[in-house]
Design a protein around this ligand. Structure first.
Ligand code: HEM
Length: 463
């Protein structure tokens, strides 16, 4: 297994998936030094793992994130009762009434993103690298929706939070592929340690400043609105940051910081990568892009065709939803999920020893030919209601499942539908000469799937 790990981030996932492919429909194991890893990719086993209380906690590799920036945030919290309480608190920031109020923000930032992409294109060829601008737009959206602040991310080519998050992810990739550096004491001697510490500090400073700024803004708003204002009387839904800060007496500042970093990191790469992949796939499948456009033209046929979408409009975008799900299937952002086996337990007919690590190969599950005919083909009809009904419920788990499923799933779907629909309404995308076939897209694994050298398409304004 060690040679697989040492092959570098681009080969890592390809190699793991190639090995896993040889083991059809069963569990298989691998050793890295004295550590036992058990892999699976069948829906029945995946369900058994994700719903098993003995496998509630994430595997040891994730400790790297806990030590660096996520601390005890929701994603990595190991104490069941504390996790449950915090999950309830964070979920309140993404409840239905809040999600509905995010739609105008998603639209406004997506519209701005379209202008940036169009301006960024090479004038003669229409070539455009879309992933970095989509990343900036995503950060702005999460800043405005969850934390009520403008980060002005779209006005720049990069942002200090994202730059430093990339360093932290690189360190994660380095430590899991050089497993002796998973040991904290040995990591002190690694060349990455200094870089890591600088980025960790910058992220902490950024969040501390952000919280201070939000606190001041919230106090100013309260004073200027007066005590009889209905917002002050608790009639308005509270944003995530208001909920977190109100609970400051029950929790520590560090816990609030951990939750904020967790939310930004969890929301950022995932939705940005999927949005870029969706646009990339639409560029390579003009027939499907035309169908998306047709659906949008029908939805916006009444009233002003350039109007902002409502929440209800977004709910009507059934075909686009299937396109996004199919994108998540083909390009699963989190292709591997790891769980620590806390107690010896029976799974898939085998006794799994305590202390081993269970790896769910989400990407392979999604490419399983028994579940998806022609699994490599981009076919949104894989998500027609009758096709979904015919499959095991754990056949499609881009947002994981069971206890630790994604808390931002509804937020993500709404945001991604807003972004892709807004872009497709104004622009046509087609394949770039730099990446003429989907097979030319280079991806790597650093906690999530990422682009090796960007994501290129051509962009043209619709008249
Ligand atoms: C395309 C978008 C997204 C994908 C594919 C995705 C995927 C996932 C997955 C696979 C997990 C669970 C990992 C595991 O089981 O080990 C997860 C957890 C989580 N996600 Fe997402 N996510 C997305 C967007 C978001 C967004 C937008 C937010 C916040 C606004 C978010 C917040 C979280 C949090 C806080 C957790 C930890 C939940 C817990 O352990 O209780 N995610 N996500």
């Amino acid at each position: 297994m060690l040679p697989v790990l040492l092959g570098g981030p681009e080969k890592l996932l390809i190699n793991i998936l190639n090995i896993a492919r040889n083991y059809e429909n069963t569990l298989f194991k691998a050793w890295v030094f004295n550590r036992l890893y058990i892999f699976s990719k069948t829906p029945e086993v995946v369900e058994a793992v994700l719903t098993n209380p003995n496998l509630f906690n994430k595997s040891k590799e994730y400790n790297v994130f806990s030590e660096s920036i996520m601390g005890n945030g929701l994603f990595l919290n190991k104490k069941f009762h504390e996790w449950k309480m915090n999950r309830k608190m964070v979920a309140a920031g993404f409840k239905f009434s809040m999600l509905k109020s995010f739609v105008p923000i998603f639209y406004e930032e997506a519209k701005f993103l379209g202008k940036i992409l169009y301006k960024k294109r090479e004038i003669n060829s229409n070539e455009c690298e879309i992933s970095s601008a989509i990343g900036m737009a995503t950060l702005e959206m999460i800043g405005r929706t969850a934390f009520g602040v403008k980060l002005n991310a779209q006005k720049n080519d990069n942002h200090e939070f994202l730059e430093n998050l990339q360093v932290i992810q690189k360190v994660f990739e380095y430590r899991i592929t050089h497993p002796w550096f998973l040991n904290r004491s040995l990591f002190q001697f690694s060349t990455y340690k200094r870089k890591h510490d600088i980025s960790q500090n910058k992220i902490y400073n950024f969040i501390d400043d952000l919280v201070q700024r939000i606190n001041t803004e919230l106090k100013n708003n309260k004073n200027s609105q007066g005590e009889h204002n209905e917002e002050c009387m608790g009639l308005k839904s509270k944003s995530l940051i208001e909920i977190l800060l109100e609970n400051e007496h029950q929790t520590t500042f560090n816990q609030i910081r951990d939750e904020i970093i967790t939310i930004i990191s969890a929301a950022q790469d995932t939705t940005a990568f999927t949005n870029a992949c969706a646009i990339f796939l639409l560029a390579h499948h003009q027939d499907i892009q035309n169908k998306v456009l047709e659906e949008l033209l029908a939805i916006f046929s009444s009233g002003d065709p350039d109007r902002q979408p409502t929440y209800e409009d977004l709910q009507k975008m059934d075909y686009l939803e299937r396109v996004i799900k199919e994108t998540l299937r083909l390009y699963t952002v989190t292709p591997l999920l790891g769980r620590k086996v806390e107690k010896e337990t029976m799974i898939g007919g085998y006794l799994i020893p305590e202390g081993s690590t269970f790896i769910i190969c989400t990407q392979l599950l999604h490419l399983n030919a028994n579940l998806y005919p022609e699994p490599e083909k981009f076919n949104p009809d894989n998500f027609l209601p009758e096709a979904c009904r015919s499959r095991h419920p754990y056949s499609f788990i881009p947002f994981s499942g069971g206890y630790r499923n994604c808390i931002g799933m509804k937020y993500a779907m709404l945001q991604m539908k807003s972004v892709v629909s807004t872009l497709v309404r104004s622009y046509r995308f087609y394949p770039s000469d730099k990446c003429p076939n989907p097979e030319n897209l280079r991806l790597m694994f650093a906690a999530t799937q990422q682009f090796v050298d960007g994501c290129y398409v051509k962009i043209e304004a619709r008249t």
